[in-house]
Design a protein around this ligand. Structure first.
Ligand SMILES: Cc1ncc(COP(=O)(O)O)c(C=O)c1O
Length: 457
């Protein structure tokens, strides 16, 4: 059997890795230090090639919901590879894993979702949704309805269409985006942008931005609105409670399709199976990826509502699909992953035990001189680092404090992510109160060291 050669030097791997273009990486900076080589993982801990142990408070990239090292998932993949490693789902064909998973997803998602389409990533799923949205309005004989509204600072992936849906200006600059037909409105970022407004008034104002944009473009030209129930990569931005109900009303009023991108929020991250349940969102499409397989193998799924599916599946040939749509091994892994989430009652645990406990521990950071705000829903949270807590003044340049803190975390054996100067946490859903205590101790040390570096007392 071929295995990855057991090299015994981090330097050897780093040298080989110079042939690798990394995602979201400044390569000049990378080559100065060389990449950290993560060699293995178990439970909630990563081990690098130097044997150092790191507490992963980010579940890989918001995805390893059941934690690392699950033998039953490996066995499900192994068994499926021997049984049927590949077959496509084109041309009137299916296989047991795709059929089983489809039924499971329809049963576990909000009731109005009746159909599912598979991809490999959140990006290609969102790309596919755009295609479905356009087809839908063509079939409804409203071919002018084509513009899609999203939000500044949203993240929906990295293909040309998904990055156009996203509202990250630095991603747009890279490749002349957004493509025509994608526009962006303000985000519901209360702490950063509300000024003196209370959350309710700010929520209403941000939702009204959607109505204003629809009226500006003409409802007859607007196809859909897309949003992450809670923005993840943008900084765990938890909208005011009235925001989503208002958005839902506006979409209904102007006949705009609603897309809930649950790539991060789905599969229990917020203490609900899907954050749409928490906010009462009744979307036409729901994007799923990451937690669907806990990242063990690539898979994404698009949930389609009954009323949209009826139109799309009644149109003759749906001329769209990927070689790996509904890949049997990925579907088998997803089925086992969902079994674990259910049998171990991980979502319930996040909802009633570890989510509230994380809230409590995060609140303690509010006394820290660097911390302006903390927020979380379930095991998805953010700590805002500011120069002045009273005025919410940010550091200049924005981003340095976050980078300093993230680097301290690494040195202390903790993985957290920084977006601007906001520290983000999104651990495996297997975390216990003891794991949260361990995290809180390390995070406090990192905050203290960061405050010292920045001269904040
Ligand atoms: C909300 C959201 N949508 C889509 C994506 C893109 O998923 P992928 O990286 O699998 O293409 C991400 C990735 O982080 C995401 O957070």
């Amino acid at each position: 059997m071929t295995t990855i050669p057991a090299r015994n030097s981090t330097r050897e791997w780093q040298a080989l890795d110079r042939a690798h273009v990394h995602p979201f990486t400044d390569h000049a900076a990378l080559h100065k230090v060389g990449p950290r080589v993560i060699a293995r993982a178990e439970g909630t801990y990563l081990y690098d090639s130097e044997g150092e142990k790191l507490l992963d408070a980010f579940a890989g990239l918001w995805c390893v919901n059941v934690g690392y090292g699950r033998k039953s998932i490996a066995e499900a993949a192994y068994k499926q590879i021997l049984e049927l490693p590949y077959y496509n789902t084109f041309f009137k064909t299916t296989h047991p894993p795709a059929a089983e998973l489809s039924r499971t997803l329809v049963d576990m998602t909000p009731e109005h979702f009746t159909h599912v389409f598979y991809g490999q990533s959140g990006s290609d799923a969102n790309d596919t949704i755009v295609r479905m949205v356009k087809s839908y309005w063509n079939l409804k004989k409203q071919p002018k309805k084509k513009t899609i509204i999203s939000r500044i600072n949203a993240y929906h992936g990295s293909t040309m269409v998904a990055a156009s849906l996203g509202g990250m200006s630095y991603m747009h600059e890279l490749a002349d985006l957004p493509l025509p037909g994608f526009v962006h409105i303000r985000q519901p970022y209360w702490y950063g942008e509300a000024g003196d407004l209370n959350p309710q008034d700010f929520g209403r104002l941000c939702a009204k931005a959607l109505e204003d944009k629809i009226l500006e473009l003409g409802a007859e030209n607007v196809a859909a609105f897309i949003g992450e129930p809670i923005q993840g990569a943008g900084g765990v931005i938890i909208p005011p409670q009235n925001y989503w109900p208002e958005i839902q009303k506006i979409c209904k009023k102007y006949e705009i399709l609603l897309i809930a991108d649950e790539v991060i929020c789905g599969f229990g991250r917020t203490g609900y199976w899907f954050a749409s349940e928490y906010y009462g969102i009744e979307a036409d499409f729901m994007t799923l990826a990451k937690g669907i397989t806990s990242g063990y193998i690539p898979l994404s799924a698009i949930m389609v509502s009954g009323r949209v599916a009826e139109v799309l599946t009644g149109m003759g040939d749906f001329a769209h699909g990927f070689t790996y749509s509904g890949h049997p091994v990925a579907c088998a892994v997803a089925i086992e992953n969902i079994r674990i989430l259910k049998d171990e009652k991980l979502v319930e645990r996040v909802h009633s035990e570890t989510g509230p406990y994380l809230t409590k521990k995060m609140q303690e950071f509010l006394n820290h001189p660097l911390v302006g705000e903390v927020r979380n829903l379930g095991l998805m949270g953010a700590i805002e680092l500011v120069k002045d807590k009273k005025t919410r003044q940010t550091f200049d340049p924005v981003g340095d404090a976050g980078t300093i803190c993230r680097d301290h975390c690494f040195k202390l054996g903790l993985v957290m992510r920084a977006t601007r100067d906001t520290m983000l946490i999104s651990p495996p859903l297997t975390w216990t109160k003891a794991d949260i205590d361990e995290w809180a101790g390390l995070a406090k040390q990192a905050l203290d060291l960061t405050a010292k570096d920045l001269g904040v007392a």
